[in-house]
Design a protein around this ligand. Sequence first.
Ligand code: NOJ
Ligand code: CA
Length: 693
Amino acid sequence: MAVMTVTLSMKAEELKSPDGNMVLRFEVRNGSPVYRLDYKGKPVIRDSRLGLELKDVDDLLTGFVLSDVQRSTFDETWEPVWGEWKTIRNHYNEMAVTLSQTSTERDMVIRFRVFDDGLGFRYEFPEQDELVYFVIAEERTQFAMTGDHTAYWIAGDYDTQEYDYTTSRLTEIRGLMKQAVTPNASQTPFSETGVQTALMLKTDDGLYINLHEAALVEYSAMHLELDDRSLVFESHLTPDAQGNKGYIQAPFNSPWRTVIVGDKAATILESKITLNLNEPTRFEDTSWIKPIKYIGVWWEMITGKSSWAYSDLPAVKLGVTDYSKVEPNGKHGANNEHVKMHIDFAAEHGFDAVLVEGWNVGWEDWFGKSKDYVFDFVTPYPDFDVEMLNAYAAEKGVRLMMHHETSSSVRNYERHMDAAYQFMVDHGYNSVKSGYVGDIIPRGEHHYGQWMVNHYIYALEKAAEYKIMVNAHEAVRPTGLSRTYPNLLANESARGTEYEAFGGSKPDHTTILPFTRQIGGPMDYTPGIFEQDIKKLNPDNHSWVNTTIARQLALYVTMYSPLQMAADLPENYLRFMDAFQFIKDVAVDWDDSRVLEAEPGDYVTYARKAKGRDEWFVGCTVDENGHTSEISLDFLDANRKYEAIIYKDAKDAHYKNNAQAYKIEKKKVSSKTKLKIQCAPGGGYAISFRPAE
Ligand code: NOJ
Ligand code: CA
């Protein structure tokens, strides 16, 4: 018996991708599970250990023998409810290894799936007598790097992802960690070398590698802790209030750990691994789920031009029950006339919905005044007539979008959820933007811990019962769960456009997000800001939006989402109606998506075909250095001519001081046309293509 064990453990089990280029090797070495990954003969992940440390009982790291290996192949094509592609192929080779820990009589399975563009693997804990309930002290999954790669990273943090990205060598992370924190933000990195996923990496010999997770369910979000001498990343799960990392009952499967690999940056952006590793939806009827293009009573509050609150006093705290007796502050955005103006604007320009924040009582009690204030999600301010406004919107073919700021009082939200969603149904709302600003209540829980991960999914399941679509802000970074829960249209879960009104974001931000935050799913980035100088909206706010107008148009294509906002004020769109036309025209759901050129931190150019129509849209976003973009239009139907409308930076445009200088050009083109377009520093371009008559 012992001899057999040794022989088995000496021989690595090999699993290749369908095209043979990606090779996983697995073995049990001295009782410990070890894997490595190679791509086209080059090492991607060096020998790395797998396993978990448990609380109060023996760990699941050592003492294993390999007791079974099962292999299979899978090839299936499926259709997402909405997405970047009409159909998605899920093609991989699989190997499930059973590891037996003889001393404890416990079994653990590690399931590997190797795709042409990467690897997914997870831990499985089958039902068994000796492993029923257990507490994870830490997951110890390693990703051993092959060199001092360039990394595009944000700090590991249990509660916020709203960081600007830092581009550095792995060995420079420690030295840059302090600097990676934005002044005045509530960012607290948990260590000097901890980073978040999706982590984007580039090797010196031109490999692009992305580390993330898929199907984060009933588990804590994974961060990566770097040992910067050995260049080994190890998983670091988000703890709960007790410091525990997860409460598990077998049978149970962990989320998938993913390694996407390619020799072109585009491979990372075009990968379907994250979606493919999620379960198909169990919703039988998805006809109520529809992509949304919306405007909102929102940017004016973000910039400080108007307020969420109706008054300046903490009314509820003062015992006020009748808000019409409260002195209004004269700055309340969500008032009847103003909302009607937005509905009119949305109807006139073809938007589906109008988000209204600050419609419900309590903002003066919560925002900065009483940290523990809880909202009830059903009581409007006196100047917001829920019935009248929803009827007015319905008449014009527009929906209002609900807003639930939960104030992070999560149990309070759960208690009110049925009433809140029923209130929406009763008044004609079919989508909600939810938010989790501030520390989680109950205290000590974290935004990315298992308890909150469960909550976000509970909110989605409940919303589905009411046929409600969800856009959750400050929620955990997505991991492809929109395949299972297609009513999760988008998340924020990264540094969005709002930061451009809070001091600004780095000009290369939108060239990195597609490689990081968006690997897991769509982002409600809220693009479309035409006025960069925020003091024109609020004299006290000296922020500058680090972008040209042309680039803002590009983001509707490069920042994939089935939920897209035109975030600026209607009055700013009225000043640039010719550029605004692109936002009106651009699709929000796609049959096909192609990366035309991409380099993280420098530029990203996408072409996408509108769902069900022969119309294409191209977007290009670039960093502070500008870029000459050369693209071929070979994605167009070769048998047709198209009219292209090109929205590009003017020659002298610059994100810092000449951001509104753009040029619009009309051109007849075909699939043989090549375009060369100059992008300004912090700029970009957008193009729409329609078949020419
Ligand atoms: C933060 C969200 O990202 C923002 O969009 C929202 O307006 C505020 N929270 C208030 O809920
Ligand atoms: Ca750059």
